[in-house]
Design a protein. Sequence first.
Length: 277
Amino acid sequence: MTTSLSRFGQHIVLFGCGNMASAMLGRWLDAGLDPAQVTAIRPSGKAVANGVKVVTTSAEAPANPDILMIGVKPQMLGDVAEDIARLIGPDTIVLSILAGVTIDDLRGRFPGAAARMRVMPNMPVRTGKGVVGLAGADGKDAARKTITRLMKPLGHVEWIDEENQFDALTALTGSGPAFVYRFVDAMRAGGERLGFDEPTALRLARATLASAAAQLEVSELTPTELAAQVASRGGMTQAGLDVLDEDARLASLMAETLRAARARGRELAALAREGQD
Ligand SMILES: NC(=O)C1=CN([C@@H]2O[C@H](COP(=O)(O)OP(=O)(O)OC[C@H]3O[C@@H](n4cnc5c(N)ncnc54)[C@H](O)[C@@H]3O)[C@@H](O)[C@H]2O)C=CC1
Ligand SMILES: O=C(O)[C@@H]1CCC=N1
């Protein structure tokens, strides 16, 4: 499948265009999407990208767009759902990037749409090397194909058949970059304790993450196997791994971290529903 969007030919309305939606838009435009095909609804009225029309209210946005992507906070959905519903027509595919919010909820609010899907991008999509989880499509192959094509330039795309795994995917891939950044920060702090000044420790920790990520991307080995290659028998790495692995503490910490993030997804879904009559 091509990753160029120069002939995408679908009109997209972005209902809410904050950090996440504008990262997606930035990458779509880099991939050739015609900015004239996009309208962003932003209460601030601030420009988002050259050639992209920005309006401050939904009343100024074109009705019945091919695609309408909701990019507000889950807690806001109840406040904006009626405005969104007014814009939707029978040809509109509704995409929700809202953490937690279920397809059932979307179906209840937007029954008139052609299809409804959950989309879970992560911030690195801006580079074209992000991760995008998808669920839904209401059984419509054409809609599934169109949205897969739109998401491809963002990075790794994965359809999740069981929607009940979507909050788990969100914890792993949507929130995941933040957990990795914390790990790099911890490496930076550890480096400082070993005597490096802060900028040097940060520079080395960042470069190490980037080098490991580059190898993970191309290698067929598992992370366990890659770690074993680094750890020379009886060497320095093994001494460090022994600390991380003791009582599986890193693994337990990560499992707890992901569980907490996933649990918040259910709470967000409930908060989003509360706004509904
Ligand atoms: N930040 C991330 O890494 C990810 C965020 N998400 C989801 O993306 C959504 C947005 O998150 P962020 O971009 O991080 O937050 P954000 O706060 O940057 O974006 C929310 C946007 O909604 C806009 N908004 C509020 N009321 C509005 C209205 N009445 N009409 C139109 N726009 C309105 C705000 O002005 C703001 O630009 C959330 O639902 C979140 O779950 C999903 C994946 C990753
Ligand atoms: O923190 C959040 O709720 C969103 C979902 C994944 C990343 N950011």
